[in-house]
Design a protein around this ligand. Structure first.
Ligand code: S3P
Length: 174
């Protein structure tokens, strides 16, 4: 049994793709907070933002990670929504829950990856590059504070990033 591996990072950092691949290679369960919330609510993140508002969505995120901590989680790769580590309480919960890996990416990489994304309410409207730059500079220090390990993803493929994660985790778990 190993403690959960938690992936954080900005939208488009590759959390879901990398998390799925890592889970598949290591025979771990893959969980994604956005997907769990959508399933529970029976509606998309976009509809939750439009109907209940961002604050309600943030409260759902905190409630979910709190529940996971209470229940106890193992043998799982957990990918969390990009804004989840912004709350200090959530950062504390994630650290208590498992090993937190921040997948960092430059604004340039992120802009390339999220361009044309239809399902991310926070990126709707306005100039994408300005938004990404502003949010990254606000969130970067918080992602760093909340992480046990930081993995740079610029210029690497998903399998390369997974290999790097395993190398960095090797002493602790694999
Ligand atoms: C958000 C990121 C999204 C999703 C929601 C808000 C954010 O998740 O939780 O749209 O605030 O960065 P991904 O990071 O998986 O896109």
């Amino acid at each position: 049994m190993i403690k959960p591996i938690i992936l954080t990072g900005y939208m488009g950092a590759g959390k879901t793709t990398i998390g799925r691949l890592l889970a598949e290679q290591e025979g771990l369960v893959f969980l994604d907070t956005d997907a769990v919330i959508e399933e529970r609510e029976g509606r998309s993140i976009q509809d939750i933002f439009a109907g209940a508002g961002e604050q309600s969505f943030r409260d759902m995120e905190t409630a979910l990670v709190g529940e996971l901590l209470e229940k106890g989680l193992s043998d799982t790769v957990l990918s969390v929504g990009g804004g989840l580590p912004v709350r200090a309480e959530n950062r504390r919960i994630l650290k208590a829950l498992g090993t937190v890996i921040y997948l960092s990416a430059s604004a340039e990489t992120i802009i390339k990856r999220v361009s044309g994304s239809e399902n991310r309410p926070l990126l709707k409207g306005g100039e994408l590059a300005d938004k990404v730059n502003r949010m990254l500079s606000e969130r970067g220090p918080l992602y760093e504070q909340g992480a046990d390990i930081i993995v740079e993803t610029d210029g690497s493929t998903a399998p390369e990033i997974v290999r790097e994660i395993k190398k960095r985790l090797k002493n602790i778990m694999f």
